[in-house]
Design a protein. Structure first.
Length: 255
């Protein structure tokens, strides 16, 4: 039997913000154009693959909240820095799928109907020039969730559950970090993605290291790696802090 997923469990992260409460639809479209190469000798049309493309669209409710939908979607429109976006399908479970993206916002629309709630639509265009994305086609790709995005006390940080990628891969990958809440005081927090050929991570090696997160800081970062990615991957976190807690979302995609 197929394992279907209900859309109500989707979670949305935009840079260092949890945007889940503001949206009720998240659509990802990946395409690959074709060029016709039909010749006189052919009995049916023939095509070759051309350029890849990817878009993302978020729809939901308008709000004037601080760090809410209107403030943040206005802020990134026209920004020279492409925003980091994670769409976590059936969010909150390690190993579930996630779409990670670094794309430019191309449209932000507000609708104010006389007899209904005010709504918003934000459209994003993927590009091969969305930053140092290696071979991340479209600027949008599919991966897996490596965290539950739940709050963790400073003294409970460590290695999280590993995810089985079925086999090693050789083309690198990308990890995307969002830190929406952080009250850890007294030191920085280091978040990494590790990999290993064994499920017990007996010989775990660092695959990706994010920039150290400052005490109390909220942030987001995408980091790309090259070369071999072993079969199993996991997220780890350590801190020099002495109080507080942190919430972070990490997803990883193989190229």
């Amino acid at each position: 039997m197929p394992t279907f997923v209900h859309g109500k469990g989707t979670e949305v992260y935009l840079d260092e913000f949890v945007m889940t409460p503001y949206f009720n639809s998240a659509d990802v479209t990946l395409t690959n154009e074709t060029a016709e190469v039909t010749s006189f000798s052919d009995t049916s049309k023939a095509y070759i693959l051309g350029l890849a493309d990817g878009t993302l669209s978020l729809n939901g409710m308008w709000t004037a909240d601080t760090d809410g939908s209107d403030e943040e979607l206005h802020a990134i429109l026209g920004s020279a820095t492409a925003p980091n976006i994670t769409i976590a399908e059936a969010g909150g479970t390690i190993g579930n799928r996630a779409t990670i993206a670094r794309t430019q916002e191309t449209n932000y629309s507000i609708s104010n109907p006389v007899a209904d709630v005010s709504t918003i639509t934000a459209d994003f265009q993927g590009t091969s020039n969305s930053g140092a994305l290696g071979t991340m086609t479209y600027g949008i790709t599919s991966g897996v969730q490596l965290t539950t995005a739940s709050s963790i006390d400073y003294n409970a940080l460590g290695a999280l559950t590993g995810v089985d990628g079925a086999a090693a891969s050789t083309a690198g990958g990308a990890a995307l970090l969002h830190v929406p809440t952080n009250s850890i005081g007294g030191g920085t927090t280091t978040i990494k993605v590790q990999h290993d050929s064994a499920s017990n991570f007996a010989s775990a090696a660092d695959l990706i290291s994010f920039t150290a997160v400052g005490a109390g800081a909220k942030t987001s970062e995408m980091v790309v790696c090259s070369g071999t990615v072993n079969r199993y991957v996991r997220a780890t976190a350590t801190t020099a802090g002495s109080s507080g807690s942190i919430t972070f979302m990490v997803s990883f995609a193989r190229f």
